[in-house]
Design a protein around this ligand. Structure first.
Ligand code: PLP
Length: 426
């Protein structure tokens, strides 16, 4: 296979026709495959089935400090759950607030409270300011961007580099503009690139000067323990880095067990400095008497501690790795030296991020949909749903069966080949 970009029109026309015939054959099969979201597959969910029986009527339903989990109380989580998330997020248990079942809800609510009341140390509620802006390393997580859009927060794209956001851009923007109040980060096995931030990026984020005194890093560590290999990426602990840099209040950390136990029925948590936590706790005490302690107890009884989480995640990896390998193998064999696409090979997380030639992604995704393969909308990985280069496609290999995945990726590859050939011919 050689670089298609060096081919003449005859060669490109021939390959386009050949690939179109293969695509038409797939289309006639009337496939119905959905790879639009990173959902665990049923076999992964079965791994946590035992959690449904760990609590029994008449059994011990109290926590280690004697709290009855069936009753009101415990605003910020049971001690055992705080300890578990302290280990996941590499903070102290007293720096953790346990929430409901969704970390995204905690992120949304954190922004909502900041807009209404400000964060700890804010001179004014953010909504009272003429303009609020967030830095959005992109491609990134579409739902972060949706939160900003909902609250009218202007999003500024920052490029993602192989070791995290382009820190030259981040430092310059944050230092110059007081309206920039925060940055979204998925620092480990990022959604969608699968990148883990380097120590240098962590230190620069922690240490940089920000014009807004109440600048916050939204550190969404959704994939903290979601390794695919035996040599996992290592992320430098962010709260410790912020403390060391003299900005202890700069970061809000988030995570959940959505892709450890059950998506939508797991446990979510956030963490931050003592000052941030006590500020937030006061506000939460008005909103709720406390989250679902039975679910927290179920989780800590089932997993035990970090060792239990690690061995459980190794079972997830055994299911996911062959799927990732299948996708990567097909991409390499069909697109390897063509110069029409590039992609990452992540060590963890839920996604493979595919870049086409500029100006092709939308057409590829539309063409795949016509053949019954639903992908995440092109552009979704960028603020306002617009990829300036129209090239990024997020592949979510976890949910389909291996056979479905093979078919879906073959269709996707054919679409990339056909659209690219047409582009190069034009
Ligand atoms: N953060 C990231 C980066 C995600 O990819 C996802 C789900 O795909 C979430 C958060 C959602 O987490 P939760 O289920 O805890 O709301």
């Amino acid at each position: 296979m050689t670089d298609w970009r060096t081919w003449g029109s005859e060669q490109l026309t021939t390959i386009a026709q050949e690939k179109q015939a293969a695509y038409d054959e797939y289309k006639s099969r009337k496939l119905k495959l959905d790879m639009s979201r990173g959902k665990p597959c049923p076999e992964q969910l079965d791994l946590s089935g035992g959690m449904l029986d760990v609590l029994k009527p008449g059994g011990r339903l109290t926590t280690e400090d004697g709290t009855d989990t069936r009753n009101y109380g415990g605003l910020d989580g049971i001690p055992e759950a705080k300890r578990l998330f302290a280990d996941i997020l590499e903070v102290k248990p007293e720096e953790v607030i346990i929430g409901g079942s969704s970390s995204l809800t905690m992120m949304h609510d954190t922004i909502a409270r900041a807009m209404l009341h400000g964060v700890y140390g804010s001179p004014a509620p953010w909504a009272k300011l003429p303009k609020v802006k967030f830095l959005c390393p992109s491609p990134g997580y579409d739902r972060h961007f949706a939160i900003c859009e909902l609250f009218g927060i202007e999003m500024i794209i920052v490029d993602m580099l192989p070791d995290g956001p382009d820190m030259d851009q981040v430092e310059k923007l944050a230092a110059e503009d007081e309206a920039i109040k925060g940055i979204w980060c998925v620092p480990k096995y990022s959604n969608p690139d699968g990148i883990t931030y380097s120590d240098e990026v962590v230190d620069r984020l922690a240490g940089m000067s920000a014009k807004a005194a109440d600048f916050r890093i939204f550190w969404d560590n959704a994939y903290a323990v979601h390794h695919l290999t035996d040599t996992p990426d290592r992320l430098k602990p962010m709260l410790a880095a912020c403390k060391a840099a003299g900005h202890p209040d700069r970061v809000f950390l988030f995570s959940s067990t959505s892709k450890i136990s059950f998506s939508g029925a797991g446990v979510a948590a956030m963490a931050a400095s003592a000052a941030n936590i006590s500020f937030i706790r006061r506000q939460l005490s008005v909103q709720t008497i406390g989250p679902d302690k039975l679910n927290q107890l179920r989780h800590v009884r089932f997993f035990g501690g970090m060792d239990g989480i690690r061995s459980h995640m190794a079972k997830h990896a055994d299911i996911l790795r062959p799927k990732f390998d299948a996708v990567l193998g097909l991409l390499a064999s069909e697109l390897g030296d063509t110069g029409i696409a590039s992609w990452n090979e992540p060590n963890g997380g839920y996604f493979i991020s595919l870049n086409t030639l500029d100006g092709c992604a939308k057409e590829v995704v539309a063409m795949a949909a016509e053949a019954g393969v639903t992908l995440t909308q092109a552009g979704a990985t960028f603020p306002y749903g617009t990829d300036p280069r129209d090239r990024n496609i997020r592949i979510a290999p976890s949910y389909p069966s291996p056979e479905e995945l093979q078919a879906a990726i073959r269709v996707l590859i054919l679409c990339v080949q056909i659209v690219s050939a047409r582009k190069l011919l034009s």
